[in-house]
Design a protein around this ligand. Structure first.
Ligand code: IPE
Ligand code: IPE
Ligand code: MG
Length: 237
């Protein structure tokens, strides 16, 4: 049966194009990352206002470690600063923040800032924002496989019962519905190792708009396009 829902419950975003945006203006790439924070603020506000329940933002991929140390350091600094600066606004918007990704490889300072934002926003009941930091879908799937193997070895899971639900409950997004809509800014048409399991049936929306130019209007445009899509999930209309 065709399913048509005008509003996605879960929107995932690949926030791409910060570096190009900065370079077009004759600045260092880090300048674009700082400008991108404003877009994050706008999109969280727009998502909460529209009634979206879950927003997942691709913030730093495991592959991004391969960038020049200077840029990686600027990004880590930005994460720490944002935790402090943005917490009051997130609390006002009743947004809880949850981090997904491999935290262990982050510095203790970054880890403690991320733990703090999760604690300080835990009461947010309007919107849940998942920040994918040091995330990659292949890391997450390998991690899930380790958990499945551990649970089988300890007798907690019967190996004949390994099904899609058993897998989903061992991913970092356990308990959260799959994204209905995946948005990518910055013009590239690829997934870059983001939510490969969870986006099996997501509607895809690509825009050339560079992330620092992405605003509430762009978000609404993506929602409008989503509302025109016919989701079939492999069935016949
Ligand atoms: C996305 O913007 C942000 C991160 C990957 C951290 P980019 O930094 O990839 O910007 P472009 O794609 O080079 O313009
Ligand atoms: C994806 O953007 C990662 C984030 C937005 C955090 P990239 O710029 O790293 O992806 P590629 O290199 O274009 O695939
Ligand atoms: Mg990029």
């Amino acid at each position: 049966m065709e399913q048509r829902s005008s509003l996605p419950e879960h929107v995932a975003i690949i926030m791409d194009g910060n570096g190009r945006w900065a370079q077009l203006r004759g600045h260092e790439r880090a300048y674009g990352h700082t400008a991108g924070v404003e877009s994050v603020r706008r999109v969280i506000r727009a998502a909460a206002r529209r009634g979206v329940r879950y927003l997942t933002l691709y913030t730093f991929s495991t592959e991004n470690w391969g960038r020049p140390a200077e840029e990686v350091e600027a990004l880590m600094e930005l994460f720490c600063r944002c935790v402090i600066d943005e917490t009051p606004e997130l609390q006002r918007e009743r947004t809880s923040v949850r981090i997904i990704g491999d935290r262990n490889a982050l510095s203790e300072r970054v880890q403690s800032h991320l733990a703090r934002i999760e604690e300080d926003t835990a009461g947010g009941d309007r919107l849940t924002t998942l920040l994918a930091i040091n995330y990659s879908a292949r890391w997450e799937i390998a991690e899930m496989a380790r958990r499945v193997a551990g649970d089988v070895a300890s007798g907690k899971l019967d190996n004949t019962k390994i099904d899609a639900a058993a897998v989903a409950s061992r991913l970092s997004t356990a308990g959260i519905p799959d994204p209905d809509l995946l948005v990518r800014s910055g013009g590239e048409m690829r997934l870059s190792n983001f939510l490969l399991w969870q986006c099996a049936y997501a509607e895809l929306y690509f825009t050339d708009v560079l992330w620092p130019d992405f605003d509430g209007e762009e978000f609404d445009r993506a929602l409008e396009v989503y509302a025109t899509r016919k989701r079939r999930f492999g069935l016949l209309i």
